[in-house]
Design a binder for this molecule. Sequence first.
Ligand code: MLT
Length: 400
Amino acid sequence: MPKLNENYLNVQDSYLFAEIARRVSAYEESHPDKAGDIIRLGIGDVTRPLTKRAIEGLHRAVDEQTTAETFKGYGPEQGYAFVREAVADYYRRNGVEVDADDVFISDGAKSDTGNITELFAQDNVILVPDPVYPVYVDTNTMDGKKIVYMNGTEENDFLPMPDDRVKADIIYLCSPNNPTGACYNKEQLKKWVDYALKNDAVILFDSAYEAFVSEPELPRSIYAIEGAKKCAIEFCSLSKTAGFTGTRFSYTIVPKELTFAVSDGRRMSLHDMWNRRQSTKFNGTPYIIQYAAAQVLTEEGMEECMENISYYMENARVIAETLRRKNIPFTGGVNSPYIWFKCPDGMESWELFDHLLEKIQVVGTPGAGFGVNGKYHFRLTSFGTHEKTKEAMKRFEQLF
Ligand code: MLT
């Protein structure tokens, strides 16, 4: 009989967004007359089609597969050099130097932030903000690792800062933050880098929403902070930047400077470990996708992406305006596609979820799904269409 990984008993029955989808389907089944009215502003899934450059890249790469001379079989597990260079070049244009050799191409920041836990032993102190993207918590729980939470609250603008009384080994940070939309400034991130260097800790920095940063003084990468290459791994993706939620392309930067002492006194390199892990367990993102991603990462490609991002940020403005008119406190929506607001009338977040679905057929994400500090908060995404976002907020305004 196999002995099962009983840590799975300690995770919620279903992943947050799977649970939301389940509840929405149940509603659709019991209210078939209302199913067509449902507006989905829950999971952060994009609605704009892929950009012209991405599509052209995909077509070109597909055509290459028709002749033996240009056909591609297995590629390098770390990603093709041309796209690793394209990522490094994208960083350079944003004022940050990264070595293309430290860039690992993958199929999602979700997979990589989950898989990275394999590099770390069981008995680490893992610091995770609450509220938080549930993948960090679920994957560590599945591994049986112990998590220490740091509170993100209205008092600290949902941006927890290091506490010298806690000696962490691994720290998860996400900025711009999912779910709160809050974004660390350089001084704040510097404090985290200093803390990590002082404690010989590693920061796992999720920058999946960096392209939404509109205030130029805010950092879009942890490597904008001096010393970060000695203490941080960065995860990023084209899912939200370029509408690749279905196409799948991400990159993880693991600098060679990241080495830590092990029990026999030697130093191990996280770069080498990740390389070893990926070479063994991953055969790379499809060539076709990597080729299209390289087109997206050019200056012209990014200009097209920014048009889509501006489209979404117009939705964020509409949501924010409605909340402001209703005197409902919120964060986000300026440097992030997410708006995180206080549930009106003292409601709890799952209560508000059911209320919005029942009364106005609007789907959002209950803050409780992101941690205990989200119990009275709710997240809306700006990834819908203009028409549906406006309609959802019109219904919301009539309801409250
Ligand atoms: C979200 O809605 O939080 C995201 O879409 C989830 C993800 O990127 O996996």
